[in-house]
Design a protein around this ligand. Sequence first.
Ligand SMILES: [Ca+2]
Length: 91
Amino acid sequence: MSQLETAMAIMMKTFDTYAGKEGKKDTLTKGEVKTLLEKELPALFKAAKNPAEMDKIIKDLDFNGDAEVDFTEFVVLVAAMTCAAHDRPKK
Ligand SMILES: [Ca+2]
């Protein structure tokens, strides 16, 4: 596999690993989102100083308003964070 294909496979595997912990297997519950952010996106997790802020991040992620984060919604988050990192001025 190419590097990009590997990166895509890792994204799919990461989502599936956390989504399979509780509730529906193909969506992330609020608890699963929290665990995923804490383990996989610690910088974003630390940026949320209190539970209310974390709730807002999760609410913003849930575009279709079904109280779960599906794979599309997860990919949008990763893409947004990738863009933010890419746009950051190089040292
Ligand atoms: Ca959703």
